[in-house]
Ligand binder design. Structure first.
Ligand SMILES: Cc1cc2nc3c(=O)[nH]c(=O)nc-3n(C[C@H](O)[C@H](O)[C@H](O)COP(=O)(O)O)c2cc1C
Length: 341
């Protein structure tokens, strides 16, 4: 059974309190990888914030001290008046942490019991606190004391949101083809978010919607999402380092036995269709030339087990974009000849 007392903290406790505060932060970050990290400045300011609480009449900082004089837990609480709200006098529990070896021994409950007496004394009408989604211990503890989640915050990264907005933008414009054509740029940096099987199916459908001479459709596509294979392709293609970061690659192959004269044209049209579909889905991709480059084709055939009678025209690296490029045309009037050269 734990042998400890709960008492108000004082200035001498500050180094131990900082250690507890940082241990709590590490626990929160481990519970949910998406929560904000504490910056170096935040760590440096931890002491100042604790001192401010110690000096405030409307705040209380309690510690659980073991018989050996060590701090096994802490809680901070503050009562604030919000004139524009009802109820107006709200108590907030800020930091609450019990070290792992002192858990399940009533330390947390003893800290909260004493804090509650302070809140009563101050006339607080409501008590509110925050805990991180994924922190199962905190959730169990607080719900056990009758705390019910009321406000949940949700977050995403700017990169994810802008990809989503681009996708919506395309959809709202009815997938305006000209916008998509101008928006297609070679995107060579990707986040680590995977692409879904549905997205891959959609880009392959776009590839197979391309025109082909005599409608022979001499193409085959190898969709690669296996990380080890993507890494190997990145090593074997002289300008394909981004494949090591990409979520997927589509390898566009042609069967010259189906169309000896036009397999290159047909596979090039399919490649461009795939790039446009990638853009329309809010993803990013880049065309990597393979045919007729020296021994690039042989290397890719070897990695993916492509039969030797099948040619490889191109690879497309794709993923969620981690770089933004402006839509553009590269219109050049000098390259336009009207009614003859
Ligand atoms: C046949 C072909 C081969 C290409 N090969 C590569 C390549 O190996 N690596 C690469 O990073 N980009 C490659 N690209 C992409 C071009 O560099 C890119 O399209 C060009 O710089 C214009 O930029 P944009 O795509 O953003 O309009 C290739 C493009 C084509 C059409």
């Amino acid at each position: 059974m734990a042998d400890y007392i709960v008492r108000p903290a004082h200035e001498d406790d500050i180094p131990d309190l900082i250690a507890l505060r940082l241990a709590l932060q590490a626990h929160l970050e481990a519970s949910n990888p998406h929560i904000y990290r504490m910056s170096a400045e935040g760590r440096a300011r931890a002491e100042l914030q604790l001192r401010e609480l110690l000096q405030s009449d409307d705040a209380l900082l309690l510690v659980a001290e073991t018989a050996a004089g060590r701090l096994g837990g802490m809680v901070t609480g503050e009562v604030k008046r919000y004139p524009h709200m009802e109820p107006a006098l709200i108590a907030t529990i800020g930091v609450m942490y019990v070290t792992p070896e002192w858990r399940e021994q009533g330390v947390g409950t003893a800290l909260v019991t004493k804090m509650l007496a302070f809140f009563h004394e101050k006339g607080a009408e409501e008590i509110s606190l925050r805990y991180v989604i994924g922190n199962a211990e905190a959730e169990r503890f607080w719900t056990g004391l009758g705390f019910e989640p009321r406000i949940i915050t949700a977050g995403t990264s700017c990169a994810k949101l802008s990809a989503l907005l681009r996708r919506l933008d395309h959809t709202q414009k009815g997938g305006n083809m000209l916008d998509t054509i101008f928006a297609r740029r070679s995107i060579r940096q990707y986040t680590d978010e995977p692409v879904t099987p549905e997205q891959i199916k959609k880009v392959l459908e776009a590839g197979m919607a391309a025109p082909s001479a005599a409608n022979r459709k001499p193409w085959h596509f190898v969709a690669v999402t296996d990380r080890a294979k993507l890494n190997e392709l990145a090593e074997r293609h002289p300008h394909g380092k981004m494949l090591a970061q990409a979520a997927a690659a589509i390898v566009v192959c042609g069967d010259p036995q189906i169309s000896e004269r036009f397999w290159v044209h047909d596979c090039a049209a399919a490649t461009e269709n795939i790039l446009l579909a990638i853009t329309a889905l809010g993803l990013g991709g880049v065309w990597l030339g393979v045919y007729p480059g020296d021994n690039r084709e042989a290397a890719i055939r070897e990695v993916l087990g492509i039969p030797k009678e099948i040619n490889v025209l191109s690879m497309i690296a794709l993923g969620h974009p981690a770089e933004q490029k402006e839509p553009r045309t590269q219109y050049d009037e000098t390259r336009v000849h009207r009614n003859g050269w």
